[in-house]
Design a protein around this ligand. Structure first.
Ligand code: C5P
Length: 235
């Protein structure tokens, strides 16, 4: 059965574009979407996105824009002209930047979903304090998530552990995009406080960003299939 809204976003975190393409050629666009981040995009640029589109995939362009409102508006417009499915910005760019990004996409024939990063999960409380941001990371996540919502964005990137509370704030339509997911028994790598795919969905995540458990698996297709079964996606 074809699935029009697969919830797994496979992070193509490869330095070599040939590796990214070789995995994409083996994957099925009805089973997952693909995330292109800074490493791959900086090396391969729009041509990589075009090639992934030609293979039939929808692409999340994860470049986390953060700049003055005009520059970010133009950047998300450029992303929209590439035809990507989703693009993101930093909520710390502030309300005017967030609104400029949202307005830049209005009326676009193939409007990408626009989501915000709140607090990078690499940031601990002491990192925030060092930057002059007092209070806990949770407080800032909730505050910045509210700002993204008021600015008309479609959702946020968040850890599954935050998803439960954020789902209450966003309601059913908000997009909660969750990295840090590990199938039971998989190597956590450098991720901390990981959750399983089933737990992430139960906590309210809309989409799961999963990289190494699929890309570094001896059999990436089988790894993806196992994760999809765990979250009850039809195969
Ligand atoms: O390999 P792994 O599953 O850890 O990859 C997770 C992906 O999600 C990477 O592309 C990483 O950059 C991204 N990401 C993350 N944590 C965040 C935001 C993004 O791991 N807070």
């Amino acid at each position: 059965m074809a699935n029009n809204d697969p919830r797994i976003l496979v992070a193509l975190d490869y330095a070599d574009p040939a590796d990214a393409l070789s995995l994409a050629q083996r994957l099925d666009p009805s089973a997952c979407r693909l995330k292109v981040g800074k490493e791959l995009f900086t090396r391969s640029g729009p041509a990589m996105v075009e090639q992934l589109h030609e293979l039939g995939f929808q692409v999340f362009l994860d470049l986390k824009f953060h700049d003055i409102p005009h520059t970010v508006a133009q950047a998300v417009k450029s992303a929209a002209s590439l035809g990507v499915w989703m693009v993101n910005v930093h909520a710390l760019g502030g309300r005017r930047m967030l609104e400029a990004a949202r307005e830049a996409l209005e009326g676009h024939a193939q409007r990408p979903k626009l989501i915000a990063v709140t607090v990078l999960t690499s940031m601990a409380e002491e990192d925030l304090h060092e930057m002059g941001l007092m209070g806990s990371p949770e407080h800032h996540v909730e505050h910045l998530s509210g700002l993204a919502q008021q600015s008309g964005l479609d959702g946020v990137v968040c850890s599954a552990r935050e998803a439960n509370d954020l789902r209450r704030l966003w309601g059913p339509a908000g997009l909660l995009v969750t990295p840090g997911v590990r199938p039971r028994g998989a190597d956590a790598g450098d991720q901390r406080r990981v959750v399983t795919p089933g737990e992430a969905i139960a906590l309210g995540s809309s989409y799961l960003v999963i990289g190494r458990p699929i890309t570094q698996a001896p059999d990436p297709l089988a790894a993806l299939k196992g994760i999809r079964m765990e979250i009850g996606e039809p195969s």
